[in-house]
Write a new protein. Sequence first.
Length: 356
Amino acid sequence: MKKAGVLGATGSVGQRFILLLSEHPEFELSVLGASSRSAGKRYEDAVVWKQTDLLPESARDIIVQECKAEAFKDCDIIFSGLDADYAGEIEKEFVSSGLAVVSNAKNYRREADVPLIVPIVNPEHLEIVEQKVKSGQKGFQICISNCSTAGLVAPLKPLVEKFGPIDLLTTTTLQAISGAGFSPGVPGIDILDNIVPFISGEEEKMEWETRKILGGLSEDKKECRLVSEDAMKVSAQCNRVPVIDGHTECISLRFERRPPPSVEAVKQCLREYVCEASKLGCPSAPKNTIHVLEQNDRPQPRLDRVRDNGFGVSVGRIREDPVLDFKMVVLSHNTIIGAAGSGVLIGEILLKKGLI
Ligand SMILES: NC(=O)C1=CN([C@@H]2O[C@H](COP(=O)(O)OP(=O)(O)OC[C@H]3O[C@@H](n4cnc5c(N)ncnc54)[C@H](OP(=O)(O)O)[C@@H]3O)[C@@H](O)[C@H]2O)C=CC1
Ligand SMILES: N[C@@H](CC(=O)OP(=O)(O)O)C(=O)O
């Protein structure tokens, strides 16, 4: 068993890490960290537990630590769900102390030598980490994408692989409230009977991160190369809706190549896609990476977000678009494949590759 540390263990993403790691076959929950408000307390006393699954027995009595590398020095991997206002400095100290950090925070996503990973989409970018480990470097940073971006790129990857570049892409999101975190979280008065058509920074993140995730690597495999803005124009509009978990996205896209494929070919391509983590036999990898739904009123967050335990992405209403080529509705679990689940799956891939 590898020892796992969790930073930001009391938050929305942190609680999901606790659930995913508490009975994991390869990782054991070892050290938990949060702010000084929580440090020194038993996890059960520090956390305001908001998951519908019960707080796992194995986590209850762990004493929460301050997020200092010294307390985590025996961990094989660190999963971070830290508030981005504090993640930058804390994660830097962990990496420079020789620890492997897989983070949900946005702070280092734009660094060229930091892979931005959605494990069901671009695990090949972990080659950057492989180079670092081979050269003797101990600590390294991996970032997990923004949660809406994770759902968006899942169907795009197999489509681009099979049918060539997508040059125009629009997405309108309907994002769950768990995406806004728990401290303080979205007030009931703002979201009940309502939709909020603004999520700070989200549209810019989606538009930029999509180009990094679908891009390649430099020749020496040391840096990421973005798809250029000219080659792929991405436009996102983000909305907060009264759903607890699961981000829905209405997307439209155009392929550069003419003529475009048929609707049936697009569905087939998505159905057949098997992510690398599944091929490697990672325990959390989805059986079906993409679930193509045929019912005309699906996917729906309450009904479809837990497909493949939240590691699978659902795509429905795939049809021709009179403006671009195709439109479809994508649903992904924001704290599982959009956050903590991706972290755990990245950890499993690192383990299979002997990088931790
Ligand atoms: N929620 C989601 O769906 C997604 C979130 N993310 C990102 O993941 C990260 C965590 O998000 P989320 O779980 O929603 O946020 P929360 O607000 O729910 O949790 C934040 C966590 O950070 C800890 N924290 C706050 N201040 C400090 C500090 N000064 N030092 C150490 N720890 C501190 C909190 O501990 P304490 O309880 O002690 O205050 C808590 O554990 C963010 O960077 C977010 O942007 C990314 C993708 C999806
Ligand atoms: N902004 C996302 C969650 C999030 O925190 O994303 P990021 O890590 O990119 O800031 C949401 O509100 O649903």
